[in-house]
Design a protein around this ligand. Structure first.
Ligand code: PLP
Length: 262
């Protein structure tokens, strides 16, 4: 018997709700075995991010090589990348190892609390170097605005922004509409030249939303590692998020924006 091995390349959240900690919990909950390459350590809790320390690139490279040499992943999730040199290492190693499994890129930029998690010049590097080699990019509305240069106020804008992100080299993009108000949440999936798909889910009221984006992208990676195609993996991952949001909605962890309940 083999584990369903999934790798996350992301930042650590000392508060346990987002980043590597959310990813590993998600992998486990979905029946996968998680490995992790830590790109940065954040000091944060439910109230916000206090500081960010970038892990030296030589150590990031060593972690990646150690995992890829021995514990071959069936899918990879990429989260917080705070500096351009980290983009370079990831691009180089994924190419060196001829990685040919689904890679889900969550283009993490700003925490809900407002703290920047990426240097501004690194956004262009993400687009140029990682978009062409990943299977799916999962921006929220704010990230989609930055990546596309398109204002987003409604579903039509989300589709237009998604198309622009595809034009920039992404193979597929899931524009997540969770931050637009309304009783139904709309996400837009655009896969290559295919007609955009609108995926609906019921809005779940919760004050605990910390780590939602991290969890969704790692759930998609886990579901693809289990053999699901992109669309099924996204649908399963959205169901997982809805359940975890619902289960965590009344839980008090700290004084602020708490985690989902996996
Ligand atoms: N901290 C880390 C390490 C993250 O990777 C992320 C998001 O991806 C966040 C914080 C932000 O989480 P949120 O915006 O859900 O609070």
């Amino acid at each position: 018997m083999n584990y369903i091995q999934v790798l996350t390349i992301a930042g650590s959240d000392s508060g346990g709700g987002a980043g590597i900690q959310a990813d590993l919990k998600t992998f486990s909950a979905l029946g996968c075995f998680g490995t992790s390459v830590i790109t940065a350590v954040t000091a944060q809790n439910t109230l916000g991010v206090r500081s960010v320390h970038g892990i030296p690139v030589t150590i990031i490279k060593d972690q990646l090589q150690a995992v890829l040499d021995d514990i071959t992943p069936l899918a990879i999730k990429i989260g917080m990348i705070n500096r351009a040199e980290v983009v370079d290492v990831i691009e180089t190693e994924l190419k060196n190892y001829a990685v040919n499994v689904p890679v889900i890129l969550d283009p993490v930029m700003v925490a809900t609390s407002g703290h920047r998690l990426i240097e501004s010049d690194t956004v262009n590097q993400l687009v140029e170097k990682l978009f062409p080699i990943v299977s799916l990019v999962t921006p929220n509305i704010d990230e989609a605005i930055i990546l596309s240069g398109q204002e987003i106020n409604n579903l039509y804008d989300m589709v237009a922004a998604g198309k622009k992100i595809i034009e920039k080299g992404a193979k597929a993009v899931l524009v997540k509409g969770g931050h637009l108000a309304g009783p139904i949440i709309y996400d837009v999936l655009i896969s290559g030249a295919e007609i955009p798909l609108v995926l609906e889910s019921v809005f779940i009221a919760s004050k605990n939303l910390h780590g939602t984006g991290c969890t969704l992208s790692s759930a998609i990676a886990a579901e693809m590692a289990k053999g699901n195609n992109l669309l099924s993996a996204i649908k399963n991952a959205k169901n997982y998020i809805s359940r975890a949001l619902q289960a965590g909605s009344e839980v008090k962890t700290g004084e602020g924006n708490g985690p989902l309940n996996h």
